[in-house]
Design a protein around this ligand. Structure first.
Ligand code: C2E
Ligand code: MG
Ligand code: MG
Ligand code: MG
Length: 275
């Protein structure tokens, strides 16, 4: 909108930048206290089998509920937390809370359903990530097969670091999903080296399903996944058209607003097992 303001452009522009920097700094400060103040919550989004419509898994997605800022979405604060390093502690809280919640659901008699947790590269830079996760599984009593770790291509690129940690966790029975596949620096080698269980088609591709190119890309990811014995999950499924098309293409699992938005734990249980 700079042009509209003519001569005052520079002033407006620079104050915009100051405002941005200021709010980032401010967020950074508020972020410091957030864990201690218990301001983080996990929302849960169900994933359904394409053919049976039965529940397949649940993805845990963090939200930051700050008294001053309101509900801050992860796309806004995760990059800041990654930059400051706060993501290490926050990420650990996410794993523990997701495992605790899942174990609690099971102890209440709900069918065992794997919980998926998103990881940041920064978490892999700790030498003992696998030990931390093992300790969390032990503390919460969650079976390793009920934990799914979502990694990105950025993580996979750090092959030396990621391979060892993931090998240890796989040996325990923990499962691995490649998130946002094809949106970063993809290398087929990652799929080969990391014994990935799930491959997730990003919403950006699901959105393009009605185009010839979009359809071709999705068909190729599904075929690739199946040839490697992986389960293929489509993200961002919003319409009956997409459900139909993805089913035709042989996609295994669906996740998206068409089925459910990410929900607070009580609402998820209601949606899955309530009337
Ligand atoms: P993601 O892991 O790819 O998660 C999928 C995102 O798509 C979620 O956004 C989800 O709410 C949204 N989504 C799902 N279905 C639909 C749909 O049908 N339509 C639309 N428009 N959106 C849909 P959310 O919860 O805002 O999370 C955004 C990203 O933040 C996640 O992308 C993930 O990369 C990151 N994130 C979330 N929680 C965590 C966490 O605990 N740790 C880390 N490191 N990153 C996280
Ligand atoms: Mg994810
Ligand atoms: Mg994703
Ligand atoms: Mg994504």
């Amino acid at each position: 909108h700079a042009k509209k303001y003519g001569r005052n452009t520079f002033k407006l522009y620079s104050s915009d930048i100051e405002g941005l920097a200021h709010s980032d700094l401010r967020m950074e400060n508020l972020l410091h206290q957030a864990l201690e103040n218990k301001e983080f919550v996990l929302y849960y989004q169900p994933q359904y089998h394409a053919n049976t419509n039965k529940i397949h898994g649940i993805e845990a997605l963090i939200r930051w509920n700050n008294p001053e800022l309101g509900m801050v979405p992860p796309d806004v604060f995760i990059p800041i937390a990654e930059e400051t390093g706060a993501i290490v502690q926050i990420g650990e809280w996410v794993i523990e809370e997701a495992c605790r919640q899942n174990a609690e659901w099971q102890s209440k008699g709900f069918p065992a359903t794997p919980i998926a947790v998103n990881l940041s590269l920064r978490q892999f830079y700790q030498a003992d990530l696998q030990e931390k996760i093992k300790a969390i599984l032990k503390r919460t009593g969650l079976g390793p097969r009920c934990l799914m770790l979502e990694i990105t291509e950025t993580i996979a690129m750090q092959e030396d670091i990621a391979a060892e940690i993931l090998r240890d966790l796989k040996a325990l029975g923990v499962r691995i999903a490649m998130d946002d596949f094809g949106t970063g620096y993809s290398s087929l080698r990652y799929l080969q080296n990391f014994s990935i269980d799930h491959i997730k088609i990003d919403k950006a591709f699901t959105d393009k399903l009605s185009t010839k190119e979009g359809r071709a890309i999705i068909a190729t990811i599904i075929s690739l996944g199946h040839h490697l014995d992986m389960t293929v999950v489509a993200e961002g499924v919003e319409t009956p058209y997409q459900v139909h098309q993805l089913r035709e293409l042989g996609c295994d699992v669906f996740q998206g607003y068409y089925y459910s938005r990410p929900l607070p734990p009580e609402d998820l249980i209601e949606q899955l097992f309530g009337k």
